[in-house]
Design a protein around this ligand. Sequence first.
Ligand code: SF4
Length: 888
Amino acid sequence: MNAEAKPQRSATAPTVTRTTCAYCGVGCGVLVSRDADGTIAVKGDPDHPANYGRLCSKGTALAETLGMDDRLLTPQIHGQPADWDTALTTVAQAFQNTIRTHGPNSVAFYVSGQLLTEDYYVANKLMKGFIGSANIDTNSRLCMASSVAGHRRAFGTDTVPGQYEDLESADLIVLTGSNLAWCHPVLFQRIVAAKAENPNMKVVVIDPRRTASCDLADLHLPIASGGDAALFNGLLAQIDRRNAADPNFLKHVNGADAAIAAAHESDLGLTGLSDDQLNAFYDMWIGTQKVVTVYSQGINQSSSGADKVNAILNCHLVTGRIGTPGCGPFSVTGQPNAMGGREVGGLANMLACHLDIENPDHRDAVQASWDAPAMPDAPGLKAVDMFRAVADGTIKAIWIIHTNPVVTMPEADKVRDALANCDFVAVTDITAQTDTAKLADVVLPAAAWGEKSGTVTNSDRTISRQRAMLPTPGQCRADWKILADVASKMGWGQQFGWTCEAEIFAEYARLSGVAGALGSDFDISDLSDLTPEGYDGLAPFVWPRNARKSGGRFFGDGKFHTPDGKARMLPITPRAPESRKSPKYPYRLNTGRVRDQWHTMTRTAKAPRLNQHLAEPYLEIHPQDAKDLGIKPAQLVQITSPHGRVILRALLADTVQRGDVFAPMHWTGQTASLARVDTLVAANPDPVSGQPESKASTVALAPFQPAWFGYAVCADTQMPAPDCTYWTRLRSANGWRMELAGEDMPNDWEAYARALFGLPDAQIAKVTDTARGTSRIAFHHDGRLLAALFVGPQPVAISRGHISSRVGQDQPVRVLAGRAGADQPDPGATVCACLNVGVNQIRSAIETGAALSVAALGTALGAGTSCGSCRPELAILLKKFAKEEVSA
Ligand code: SF4
């Protein structure tokens, strides 16, 4: 699939740049071509080993996210433009003064898996080696810290044993706590293709929800929230009962007896599964030699996440199903460079190159390599504790880089209040329009994807280059350069004096050689002498890369990175989620992602087609629970927890179990009035990994009945926040689309609409139905629609996608009908974002008999033929509309 965008930047000579996608941990290679007129096109890199040319809907739309409309182009101090020297001096002095008065542990960096490895390396070097504190943590703490902890406990180091091709050569794939179809779509499509080739391959999905990934499942286990450790302990006990352990591999493993004894004690009732379901899973797992267990945030984001990881690893270790083709546990990471951050020591409890902060030999080696004046001898504050320390005043200066904790941290309102009261907050980002940047004293403008250069590591240890293909706009700078400039202002210019990313990478590679000599698995010292030219041309490679080992799998040889070289099985006692249901908070809230958005939408929401699949934040609730609560389809629901309150649109679906609800985590204070779902989430971190339990909070639900509902579209690019209780807004192809609801009925809808759109004098057309209490208002100029508002006492039933597509295009009177005219085909809500195929087109093809299978829909409409992420939805629509046709 190939996607083009209008010219974004000034014209230059045509180029093709080989780089990597900005989003998830699959780490797909992309080819970005730039025509002489500046038009940019993105397609999958056929030679990249992560994707072999495939891209998902997000990757396909990368070219549409390069717009400059909300970019920050100059440094800001207290909201006012400043020059770089003043801004850098302000940051350096704030940190120096704080350290001088309160010590090095009174400052902190909170960084991100969006950083490139070179950026991460510089941030970590500055905080640990020069400031002398380990108070640097990353938003990867919220993503996969439990996997890190589990790996280190079992293997002695944070090592992903396998490779992506294991997902294709396995005979059983277990997806647990992973909606791979939506969150890592290219990996999912690789499995889809492999399963089509190998009729013996089976797929098991373990998830409390019936997700899109279940479309491929031979078995779906709708596990109770938090039941994973009990499930895998049950598997370990069955392996023991059936004498299915591998005695040869157990020679390389310690702790098997204690782990098995604990497994036999486990209460399988915690899984919420029947004996038949459990036995079906155990028969498949034990009866198949080549098993890969893929796990992700559903395992990691738990108050017992590390134990869940070790319960999985125990099963692979006891059977020796690790480190050989088609075998192994497989943690897939959420962010594009979460792995790079782990390798470079971006977590508060790690040193660079997988060295241990608690180990004096490791500390000495890193300090000597860096020629550093200091080195902390204990871990720093992990994310939850870091923001608690900001709240209680222990941390007085914090630098937040490329992440939005006011939206994404648990108990997010407390994080917002903590930052609002912090003595000094610096933020680096590509935009100042984030909930976090709005609280900063200093905002520093960074280069964005396409403008910056470095390396990233994906989930299977492949290190790839990310290359710049666009000029850096305004005064924006690379992140490593901003960090090095601040270090220089603090007096360490010599140790931070690189002139390009290649020099940082070579220093990092040399340090990895020191680490390798101390026994670290992360050793890429073959690249220690890499020149800038060599760095420019560096092809994707799998670490390690040194004189002893180059690429490949780990642990199939039974050699681990523990002091005695043996793996460790751990006795695991399963624990229920920390938040317990109560009469006051009787529902369990699961949070996660939607298919076409990324994190807090600062980039993906710039691509209108990515906003059309799920255009509004929602609460997925079981129809029977909704009925019991008096919640009707599309009604608004108020969700409260001890920590916050949100209002979301009800989406009734039996994909969630009774007593459970699900809400996406993408919406912010910039895109909705009350949809920051992490305000609800309790900050219950795993005591081992520090990762908070983002998938098992307890909440109360109630219908929210406003006095009026509305839908609005407009062409303005700078919409102020609407004046009403509930609003959401996203970009459409021609401007904005908004959902509205208010508790107070305006006296004059025309006046309200003029204020909403900032159109005091525009020409107006309106239709009012006094009996029904509805009003439809359109503003126009020269017969073209500028904005429109539809309001009524119930959710307004109109063709939303069609109306948003008419802004700037159509006669206002036609738009006021609320539906497409006979001469205006309305594709409906987007299902296939890659090919822009809407639900109405799909329905028509099914109902007319033109396409009665997913493959036929692909042939007829193109739907599902690019990234394939929408194929599960196509299958559901086929069942739905074919059934309706029969019943009609
Ligand atoms: Fe990007 Fe999609 Fe590939 Fe993830 S799967 S790296 S989001 S193209």
